[in-house]
Design a protein around this ligand. Sequence first.
Ligand SMILES: *Cc1c(COP(=O)(O)O)cnc(C)c1O
Length: 410
Amino acid sequence: MDSQTVVLEKPWSFEPPPASVDIEPKPPQCSFQVVESEKHRQLEPNLAWSHSHEASNDFRSDIFTKPTLPMLEAIINTTLGDNVMEEDTTTNRFQEYVADLVGHDASLLVMSGTMGNQVALRTALTTPPHSILADHRGHIVTFESGGASALCGALFKTVVPSNGHHLTLDDVKSHCTLTDTVYDCPTRIISLENTLWGTVMPLSDMRAISQWARSQTPPIHMHLDGARLWEAVATGAFTLREAGECFDSMQLCLSKGLGAPIGSVLTGTSAFIKRAKWSRHFLGGDIRAAGLISAPARVGIDNVFLGGKLGAAQDMAKRASALWVELGGKLQAPTETNQIWLDLNASGLKPNDFYPVAAQFDLKVMDLIPGRIVLHYQITEQAFARLCSFFKALLPREQTPETVENKLEN
Ligand SMILES: *Cc1c(COP(=O)(O)O)cnc(C)c1O
């Protein structure tokens, strides 16, 4: 017999573990720490995880926040259970934690905000004909590759808010389809977004719409695209739970202002989240060692949101926005959170007067969404000061828009 061959004495035998053995996943035995150890920092100066300064002048979007060393530390210390089997302790606890924060029964880790929204729509809808009512500017309408039509066969009823700011119950009532004749495509979901364009929809309007939607027969599902709900809550307008009460499902982004590397989370009732697992699965979002995503996401919630870091960036946004207006600049939307929506055209500027000049001030901005400037917790005071200098250079004080135009043409 080959000496390499291992002969099992009883290959058919299965020994159950002794009753005393704890088969629950154990927390890691040793914990790896990077923050307290300055020495370790010096040993790894080139780890991308310690490069948050790279985002310090990045005003393109809060998606450009850099994950941090404490997030890496959380990844190193995470459990590695199988999340498809729901065996990953870190992810299970994370989902319970988020559900509790917003006052819903359950939540589900998803790979992106788009996936969170699309899973929610697919879960809440059955078969066509059906329609979804949303603000015409909504991400779910304009930035998700037409997902709702592809995955759900749903029609979007897009609404322009009559107050120019946010949808109200009157807007919703006058655009919902409540009849179900052969011609109709009944409204089954009202999808709100908060913040939207950085503006906050007041709690009173969310409540009014929710109460009305739930009193319909059948009740209309209330979904919130809360990619930046954290920002709305950071203004003090309402709490996560007060928002949670108004919705049957909410999608919250972890990788924007909170700075986590990957992920979003969808919340709802236990029955809704159970169904949502099917949708996430067939969309390919059911991943194995999900602790790699949930562990750093938890750090984002705890250190950035609960750590109170969103407020400082919102404050900078308001100061820069006030300066812009003081200089005679115009805005497309009021600055209520971390986004400034400059109206370049109405301010007498062309895109070429703006984007190339920003680079001269060492500021990153992008024209994908024209005029939008986004602040986040990694923007430094120095970059903020350069943003103010940039605004002053574009719109020198005590000049009429005509002289600014002349100056820019010269
Ligand atoms: C960014 C964003 C999303 C999508 O998030 P991704 O993670 O980029 O897919 C959805 N809704 C809103 C309002 C967003 O800002």
